[in-house]
Design a protein around this ligand. Structure first.
Ligand code: IMP
Length: 199
């Protein structure tokens, strides 16, 4: 099955492609099918934003489309930056400035608990919709650690591994990450959906 990946974030593309290709899905990019959709993420939940993106690309491409909306939720910041993770602190900031802002917000704060959340939505041209959610609990470090990854990876520690996401290989991160977990749920849903269609 051909599926359009409704994302322009190169890091997410690599992570999602790696996992989806194991499902026998032929992942194509918007640019591969001549589509360039700019969706305003006006939803207040990860689920709503993932749906907005997947639906818009499915309609434009006429093919099943899959989107992920994700972010970091920090307990002591009232669940923020949450759905605003990509634009936390304003549009002009880079990844490092954004995670510095989170560290500043937690200055003097003992509660470092946080979680990454990923919501995946897949929309089919016939109107069917599949949704999957994955979470990865962790702690916000006191200073950045590690060179790999993107976004808030250097300040997100997964206690069981004693590593931040930025200190993990791609395979290590995919095995436990919010996106990896959501894609695992999605894998099961897609298998059942396709089985139900053809069985
Ligand atoms: P989205 O493209 O609207 O889903 O924005 C998600 C934002 O959340 C990204 O720009 C990152 O700042 C952050 N984010 C989501 N997933 C990850 C991750 O795996 N590592 C680090 N930051 C992430």
């Amino acid at each position: 099955m051909k599926m359009v990946l409704a994302s322009k974030n190169p890091h997410k593309l690599t992570e999602m492609k790696a996992i989806l290709s194991q499902l026998g899905v032929e992942v194509v990019l918007e640019s591969d099918v001549g589509v360039d959709v700019d969706v305003e993420e006006t939803g207040t939940t990860f689920e709503e934003n993932a749906r907005l993106k997947a639906e818009a690309v499915m309609k434009a491409a006429g093919l099943p489309a899959i989107a992920d909306d994700s972010g970091l939720c920090v307990t002591a910041l009232g669940g923020g930056p949450g759905v605003y993770s990509a634009r936390y602190g304003g549009e002009g900031l880079n990844d490092r400035q954004r995670y510095e802002l989170v560290l500043q917000g937690l200055s003097g704060q003992m509660d470092r608990s946080a979680k990454f959340v990923s919501c995946i939505c897949c929309c089919f041209p016939g109107g069917d919709v599949l949704n999957a959610r994955g979470e990865c609990p962790g702690l916000i470090t006191y200073s950045p650690r590690g060179e790999d990854g993107f976004g808030y990876d250097p300040i997100f520690l997964v206690p069981e591994t004693k590593k931040t996401f930025a200190q993990m290989t791609a395979a290590e991160k995919n095995a436990i990450s919010h996106r990896g977990r959501a894609l695992e749920v999605f894998r099961t849903e897609l298998e059942q959906y396709l089985g139900g269609q053809h069985g």
